[in-house]
Ligand binder design. Sequence first.
Ligand SMILES: C[S@@+](CC[C@H](N)C(=O)[O-])C[C@H]1O[C@@H](n2cnc3c(N)ncnc32)[C@H](O)[C@@H]1O
Length: 263
Amino acid sequence: MEIEASKAVQDRVAQTAERLLRDAGISTGMRVLDVGCGRGDVSLMAARLVGESGLVIGLDRDERATSAATERAHGLGIKNVKFIPGDLHAPPIVDAPYDAVIGRRVLMYQPDRVAALRPLVDALQPGGLVAFQEVDATMVPASTKPHPLHERVTRWIWQTVEREGATTAMGFELPVVLEAAGLEVEGLRAEAIIQTKHHRHLTAWIVRAMIPRIVERGVASEAEIDIETLDTRLAEELDRVNSAFIGDMVFSAWARKPLRSVA
Ligand SMILES: C[S@@+](CC[C@H](N)C(=O)[O-])C[C@H]1O[C@@H](n2cnc3c(N)ncnc32)[C@H](O)[C@@H]1O
């Protein structure tokens, strides 16, 4: 029951990305570049939308991620996606110019977001689409009743990411950096991922995966995290408070390269 509830929340998070791709206009036959693709979750969504006549290139500087994504696509029998190791500042020119450049949770890791976007805009055809989804911690954690454990755990996650050099306010920056890179913003949206006792997030699972980073960055010790009991304690807190808690805000923006570049 609990795993199912968590999976439902995970699915809601995935649906926000799929909604972005659809609303941006990712559709049959397009050639799409997914930058910072990781294990390919978003690339595989895009591959479904572009269909057999389209192509998705997933790019990531972490070769282990692109290898894992390649194996995943093979396992699923998906042929219209290719994963390539490399840095988004020098995008691969495979079947370029692209019809669309997309990315999720990747601009937040770039020290200069506008400089990172420029070569991606250059790799797009005129009128091409850009769609990014970024998380933002400016307004979270949020709730009307105290959830001390959830609040602490949320801060561990965000502080670790910040100490690794990422910005945790990328959502609010999104429209500004897209415009600064010469794009015309067409759509903007922010979505809160709400947890209740019946709709839990996989928070403990995320913390488990992040433990070495959390400890290495001096955010919390293994004893404080106490991972073996964390999920139970989080569940107990949501059950006891019986309210709603927001630990994640997801910002989406889509934009278009002008048909004519402005001098
Ligand atoms: C938080 S993960 C997101 C992965 C994927 N987009 C998703 O949402 O499932 C960020 C990814 O961006 C990649 N990345 C960060 N900066 C990059 C860069 N300059 N060029 C290519 N990949 C980059 C990292 O290696 C990592 O796999």
